[in-house]
Ligand binder design. Structure first.
Ligand SMILES: Cc1ncc(COP(=O)(O)O)c(C=O)c1O
Length: 473
């Protein structure tokens, strides 16, 4: 492919992309394929000879597209969204074109300095204290791993980095029983040991109980352990429960424990002044993460990771081989020392485009709208005698089940709701997912897709009721 071919095909692709965005809600949101269906259509060996762009693009349309789950569809209300927007996609095109490696200032000065500036913007926008400094990581899983590694180094007085995690002491980590699975994974990777993760009980709103946290810490101290880190969540994955940060922070401060805040999804809502109450007590946090790639209209991946103690972060990760030394090292940020990766994508560009294109007002308007749609849906579920909300709805995530009044048996209700979810998914018209809350099979509906409108929520509610009534007649 030469430059002329590239120009021609790029124009064709942009047309295809614009058509896709226009038509995406007409696609079945979840594809009708079985495991292995796509694999069976792909040759077992790579082609010896060059193939034309036309052939590749035809196969993309014929083989790949029918197997795509359309996260971009406004009928996608599953998991948490992985949103995008026009300015974000345009920035990703430029990023791919430049192919800049952002490991140190020298390898792309503009990328480093733009990252520094947009992270400052974002810090202001979500109301983090001024002494937080940010870096863009790929995911919240990685950001939390970085936080736990910082906590590990702090707790071991930097011995773990040099000698391995000391075996003469048990270092413990705390999170709630509703915390995202990435915390457990990160605890394993960071060398704390899975059995040293304490899953603290939650209250009736699925938020961590501070008293239970303190009790667990005291018990560990009595047993000679060293509590190293607490992970609090703003917006749990199951039901967007909000852990009481201020009370948790006071406990961490009392026992000198590193506090990390995981706001992967709900952090975007902090753009709204009226939602800042979720962040009360943030001053106690040592680190904080939220994902613009979830709800802030910025293509995956883009995770905003903030720390209070920049020196601790850099000391945890810094490594200085001769071939990476530059004359500017003393005067600049070399983001390779702010996390795990050496090579880093230029992610700040899409964030810059998104913030500038929407403007703060535009971002706030959309997020407020999503929350209002969530609250309207909440009222509908509450008002219906055959449906039951299973968790509070602080934002735009609904946790509910179908509960006809004549069914009292919990096992039957679980089976019924599982069937309902399957029927909804098979329709291809709506994609919802589930969790379990208090042992109850819970259908989750998240109304946060970039282009979701009231009519999509109304259609979704109609479909849920229609599928449910088919199950009981
Ligand atoms: C609360 C919470 N934390 C962490 C994660 C992991 O996010 P990532 O995919 O960016 O690692 C998720 C994913 O949904 C989440 O909901």
């Amino acid at each position: 492919m030469d430059n002329n071919d590239f120009r021609k095909h790029a124009h064709e692709l942009v047309d295809w992309m614009a058509d896709y965005f226009e038509e995406v809600e007409d696609y079945p949101v979840k594809p009708d394929v079985q495991p292995g269906d796509i694999l069976a259509q792909l040759p077992e060996t790579a082609p010896e000879k060059s193939e034309s762009f036309e052939a590749m693009f035809e196969d993309f349309k014929k083989i790949i597209m029918p197997g795509i789950t359309h996260w971009e569809s406004p009928n996608f209300m599953a998991y948490f969204p992985a949103n995008k927007s026009y300015p974000s996609v345009l920035a990703e095109m430029l990023t791919a074109t430049l192919g800049a490696q952002c490991m140190s200032w020298l390898t792309s000065p503009a990328a480093t300095e733009l990252e520094e500036r947009v992270m400052e913007w974002l810090r202001e926008l979500i109301g983090l204290p001024d002494n937080f400094t940010g870096v863009i990581e790929d995911t919240a899983s990685t950001s939390t791993l970085c936080a736990l590694l910082m906590a590990r180094e702090k707790a071991t007085d930097f011995k773990a980095n040099n000698n391995g995690v000391p075996g003469d002491k048990t270092f413990t980590v705390y999170c709630s029983s509703e915390t995202h699975s990435s915390i457990e994974k990160d605890v394993k990777i960071a060398g704390f040991g899975r059995q040293n993760l304490r899953k603290v009980a939650v209250d009736e709103h699925f938020a961590m109980q501070p008293e239970a946290l303190e009790e667990a810490i005291r018990e560990d101290l009595e047993n000679g352990c060293k509590p190293a880190a607490v992970v609090a969540t703003i917006g749990t994955t199951g039901s967007t429960a909000i852990d009481p940060l201020e009370e948790i922070g006071k406990i961490c401060s009392k026992y000198d424990i590193f506090l990390h805040v995981d706001a992967a999804y709900a952090g975007t809502a902090l753009l709204l002044p009226e939602m800042r109450r979720m962040n009360k007590g943030i001053d106690y946090a040592d680190s904080f993460v939220f994902n613009p790639h979830k709800w802030m209209f910025t293509n995956f991946d883009c995770s905003a990771f903030y720390v209070q103690d920049e020196a601790l972060l850099v000391r945890t990760f810094e490594i200085m081989p001769e071939y990476l030394k530059t004359p500017e090292d003393e005067r600049v940020k070399n983001y390779r020392d702010w996390g795990i990766q050496l090579g880093r994508r230029f992610r700040a560009l899409k964030l810059w485009f998104v913030i500038r294109s929407f403007g703060v007002e535009g971002l706030q308007k959309k997020i407020r709208f999503h929350i209002s749609l969530g609250q309207q849906m909440k009222e509908k579920i509450e008002a219906h005698e055959n449906y039951e909300l299973l968790a509070p709805v602080p934002l735009n995530t609904l946790c509910f089940r179908f509960h006809p009044s004549h069914i009292h048996d919990e096992t039957k209700l679980n089976e019924l709701n599982e069937k309902l979810l399957n029927a909804i998914q098979e329709s291809g018209k709506l994609f919802l997912t589930h969790t379990k809350l208090d042992g109850k099979y819970t259908i989750r509906m998240v109304i946060g897709n970039t282009n979701v409108e009231k009519r999509h929520v109304e259609q979704a509610w109609k479909l849920i009721q229609q599928k449910a009534s088919q199950l009981v007649t």
